[in-house]
Structure formats: C-alpha cells, structure tokens
Design a protein around this ligand. Structure first.
Ligand code: HEM
Length: 139
C-alpha cells in the first residue's frame, strides 16, 4: 500500500511533464500546419492510464475512501472529488487521442491540444497539493 501510494504520488510528475510536452508539441505542430503524428501524444495517454490503474487499486485499499465519512472534507476529496475529476480527465485524454487518430492534417494536433489542455486543468485542480491541507506531500 505504501509503495503503491508513493508510485501514484511520484507518477503525477511524469503525467504532468508528458502532458505539458504533448500540449506544447500539439500547439507548435498545429500552428506549423504539420500533418505527421507524435509519439508524445501516446506516451501521455499511457502514463495517465497507468495512473488510473494505480488509482483504482488505491481506491479499493485506501482508508481515505469511505462514503460513510463523506461529510468530512478529507474523505470527500479522495472518495469523490479527486477520483471523479481524475477519471473525467483521463477519459478526455483518451477521447482526444482516439479522435486525433481519426482526423488528418493540422486538425489532428488541434484535437489533442483542446482535449489535453482541458484534462491538464482538471488534473491540476484535483491533485492534493500540500498547500491544500489534505495530508499529502510533494512526492
Ligand atoms: C492523472 C491522474 C491522477 C493523479 C495525477 C493523481 C495524483 C494523486 C496524488 C498526488 C495523491 C496523493 C498521494 C500521497 O498522499 O502522497 C493521490 C492519492 C489518491 N488517489 Fe490519485 N491521482 C490520479 C488519479 C486517480 C484516480 C483515477 C483514482 C481513483 C479512481 C485515484 C485515487 C486516489 C486515492 C484513493 C488516493 C488516496 C490514497 C491514500 O492516501 O490513502 N487517483 N493521487
């Protein structure tokens, strides 16, 4: 459980870096009217899916997931807010990637850009950053 939690916590930075790199690539390829694909789009998707897998295991094991304590801010955050927002963000990344594969030309990169930016905003909001006082650290 401890190892899993550390993996889930540290992987956040991998997801964030890959998402940012994919977004920057999508923007420049869209502006440059490039038509080729980028592996970064898939790498970001894969990192998000690994995070989802770890998150689902934590969801079953974590003492911070408890519907009977939902009136408490900390339990509500992990039971509902964090998990649901992350799930939506990962669905957005998946839909963005799948759609981008179906369209040709610069629209491919615009699709990735819109979906990934939206997902990034959700992820940044849903991370239990230390300054939010939810008992989680930087790593
Ligand atoms: C990109 C997606 C995600 C990111 C970046 C992320 C990030 C994090 C971080 C930073 C923590 C705090 C770890 C700590 O206390 O050191 C955490 C905890 C947690 N996450 Fe996620 N998470 C993601 C997706 C998910 C998903 C999809 C679920 C569930 C379906 C989930 C379930 C949990 C649970 C239950 C905890 C609390 C574990 C505990 O402290 O007992 N996460 N997450």
């Amino acid at each position: 459980m401890n190892a899993l939690l550390h993996a889930h916590s540290g992987l956040r930075y991998v997801v964030l870096v890959l998402l940012l790199a994919a977004i920057a690539t999508a923007y420049s390829k869209w502006q440059g009217a490039h038509t080729d694909d980028s592996k970064l789009y898939s790498f970001a998707l894969i990192s998000a899916h690994i995070q989802l897998l770890l998150g689902l295991i934590l969801y079953v094991m974590s003492p911070k997931v408890d519907f009977s304590l939902i009136s408490d801010r900390l339990y509500r955050f992990f039971t509902l807010e964090h998990s649901l927002m992350m799930l939506i963000a990962i669905v957005l990344i998946t839909v963005g990637r799948v759609r981008s594969r179906k369209v040709e030309g610069a629209a491919k990169h615009r699709t990735v850009l819109y979906f990934y930016v939206l997902a990034l905003v959700l992820i940044l909001i849903a991370i239990p950053w230390p300054f939010r006082d939810l008992g989680a650290g930087w790593f």
